[in-house]
Design a protein around this ligand. Structure first.
Ligand SMILES: Cc1cc2nc3c(=O)[nH]c(=O)nc-3n(C[C@H](O)[C@H](O)[C@H](O)COP(=O)(O)OP(=O)(O)OC[C@H]3O[C@@H](n4cnc5c(N)ncnc54)[C@H](O)[C@@H]3O)c2cc1C
Length: 600
């Protein structure tokens, strides 16, 4: 079986040369996150991923998390110990506030580290991901008392966190949430209701679990404006910080699901015995607003799951393709009658598709992470605003496109294995099953696409979208003027794809108001077009940087040559899809909606 190895050279390249870690580490508060420190952290993270998390990924999938009759949950063998080591090594608090015990490192660096967890063991990693989300919610709007009571233990990983949003009738539409929260007059609330699909709602890693719960107070207005956010610990915490009585929260069952078997997905019941004690976060009726602020990071992280799992599927496919001997490859003079399947042009097509898309998605995501750091910490207010606009545009693209692409790439991973890919022992099938959830949770692809065409494109009449497209054009022009014909070809492909993107933006802005049905029918193709072209943009930038290194004789020449070759593949074989997507967006909406619902 193939072993996961973090692609450290590639990660360093993207961090340092495309995303600008050096600049990020000069932002106030990030002085510790220098490229040298980053290199040491990545090295340690890669060992943890390879030695601790990767070996229990397959066994965890086979065994799964199990609910016992008393409502407790037994995690698969090795997971509890891995979690203990994860916390002891300080991984939980890497990018968290030092005031609560975190290391305060940039999001950019944390993104690269998290990619390793996503690659090596997605089901394990979800616990820390959800805990990070809960920490952020409390830090963002919690009172000082709430922060002091919960954050140090959560940042250390002594207690984990969950996000309780979904109910049977409230999934994509959280305005339909019905869980009730009744004020008790002493500053606390009593919550009652049922939440479904709660990741790590119950487990045996820690003594306490801190649930973040969306609920309605009795006199709350209908819809999105009547939802509040509460902290509901599994075990109540005494004033001196010790654990007190068990709260009225229970795991009623665990779901049986397609993938991420080691991640317990719980049905949670609040208030079966009179009401679960909860503490309001921020103000009443503003819960959804707080969730949306946080969702940027959560959605970004799920996008990174798409990158991580695709990288893992790619590594496994390469290892198998080198090993498996079958047939004689067309056009390759190996001298032997048969050879490894990696010589077959169609296998190469699949491996190049995987490689190029993973590199492109990673680059787009890391560049977005750097913009997040700048949006928070840049000393100049105008620059902060500019970076935030870029982040806002890119979040649905990173989330929606990386996860959709992960479906295709993990499926190609199976295909490279032939029949063995369909057999569980190779591990390729697990990646496909595990990846399937990523386009669904934290907002489905349809919801990301609605966000992209509405709030992120039409609302400002396409100003930010067009300014990013103009930046892509500048990269294309730089490539077109290059002395190397390969870079000129990349530039030509990028320019053509950007023309398609600009046509789609020009169509989408008026269509969003004038033809909402057609605009929404084209929303996912529009999202995909953005992902494709943004990926081409970063591959083009990477090719320019690689060419400079080759010219100057700095760095590892084989790495930079491969970078240009991969960027050329992206331009030759993937970017031509842009014109087709633009046609689908601008001309396809009416056919999508042409049949009446009763004709299906
Ligand atoms: C394994 C797993 C883990 C999860 N973890 C958590 C968790 O920790 N916490 C939590 O709160 N939730 C969690 N969820 C729930 C998850 O976030 C929801 O499943 C998701 O938001 C979709 O909601 P839904 O399942 O109700 O689907 P629906 O909202 O019913 O959607 C069904 C389909 O309709 C489409 N659709 C719906 N509305 C629109 C629209 N306006 N425009 C276009 N298309 C639309 C969707 O894209 C989708 O294709 C988890 C789910 C799973 C399966």
């Amino acid at each position: 079986m193939s072993q996961y190895h973090a692609p450290l050279a590639e990660m360093q390249f993207v961090l340092n040369e495309l995303a600008g870690l050096d600049q990020v580490s000069q932002l106030p508060g990030f002085e510790e996150g220098t490229p040298d420190v980053a290199a040491a952290i990545l090295e340690e993270g890669s060992k943890f991923a390879t030695d601790i998390l990767d070996p229990i990924n397959y066994s965890g999938d086979q065994e799964g998390a199990q609910r016992r009759d008393d409502g407790t949950v037994r995690m698969p063998a090795g997971f509890k110990d891995a979690y203990r080591q994860f916390c002891e090594n300080g991984w939980m608090g890497l990018a968290k506030n030092p005031e609560y015990g975190g290391q305060g490192l940039p999001q950019l660096l944390s993104t690269a580290v998290e990619e390793m967890w996503h690659s090596s063991n997605l089901a394990f990693d979800l616990c820390s991901m959800l805990t990070q989300g809960a920490i952020e919610a409390i830090e963002l709007r919690g009172t000082d008392a709430l922060k002091q009571r919960f954050l140090p233990n959560m940042v250390a990983g002594t207690w984990t966190g969950t996000m309780n949003l979904t109910e049977p009738q409230a999934g994509s539409d959280l305005a339909a949430v019905r869980t009730r929260a009744v004020p008790q007059g002493d500053g606390t609330y009593k919550l009652s209701g049922q939440k479904i699909f709660i990741t790590y709602g119950e487990h045996d890693y820690t003594d306490n679990i801190i649930h973040l719960v969306l609920a309605r107070t009795p006199d709350a207005p209908e819809g999105v404006k009547g939802i509040s956010l509460f902290v509901v610990p599994k075990v109540l915490v005494n004033d001196d910080g010790t654990l007190g009585a068990r709260n009225d929260v229970a795991c009623a069952s665990l779901e049986h699901k397609l993938g991420i078997h080691a991640s317990p997905t719980a049905v949670m019941v609040f208030g079966d015995k009179g009401g679960a004690i909860g503490y309001l976060v921020g103000e009443e009726n503003r819960g959804l607003e707080y969730m949306f602020i946080m969702m940027n990071l959560a959605r970004f992280s799920v996008g990174m799951e798409g990158v991580g799992i695709s990288e893992r599927a790619y590594q496994r496919a390469v290892a198998y393709a080198r090993d498996r001997v079958q047939g004689r490859a067309a056009g390759i003079e190996t001298g032997a009658a048969t050879g490894a399947i990696i010589d077959h042009p169609d296998i190469r097509r699949m491996l190049m598709t995987m490689r190029a898309n993973v590199e492109a998605m990673r680059a787009v995501a890391y560049v977005t992470a750097a913009a997040m750091d700048n949006a928070h910490r840049h000393p100049d207010a105008e620059a902060r605003k500019r970076h935030q606009s870029f982040v806002d545009l890119m979040i649905p693209i990173v989330k929606g496109c990386s996860t959709e692409m992960a479906q295709e790439l993990t499926s190609l991973g199976v295909q490279v294995h032939g029949g063995m890919g369909y057999i569980e022992e190779t591990g390729a099938a697990q990646h496909l099953r595990d990846a399937r959830i990523t386009t669904i949770y934290e907002g489905t692809t349809g919801i990301q696409a609605n966000d992209l065409i509405g709030r992120k494109t039409a609302r400002d009449a396409g100003v930010v979208a067009r300014s990013v497209a103009a930046e892509i054009d500048r990269t294309a022009a730089e490539l077109a003027a290059h002395g190397d014909p390969s870079l000129r070809a990349i530039g030509a492909g990028l320019a053509e794809a950007t023309t398609a993107l600009k046509a789609a933006i020009d169509w989408m802005v008026p269509a969003f108001g004038a033809k909402p049905g057609a605009a929404h029918a084209g929303a996912v193709p529009y999202l995909r077009l953005w992902g494709l072209v943004a990926g081409g943009w970063q591959m083009g930038r990477a090719a320019l940087i690689a060419a400079r290194h080759l010219q100057d004789g700095t760095g590892a020449a084989p790495f930079f040559k491969a970078k240009i070759t991969t960027a050329r593949f992206y331009a030759d074989c993937l970017l031509p899809q842009a014109a087709g997507l633009a046609r689908t967006i601008t001309g396809g909406g009416e056919s999508v909606m042409a049949l009446a619902a009763d004709q299906f």
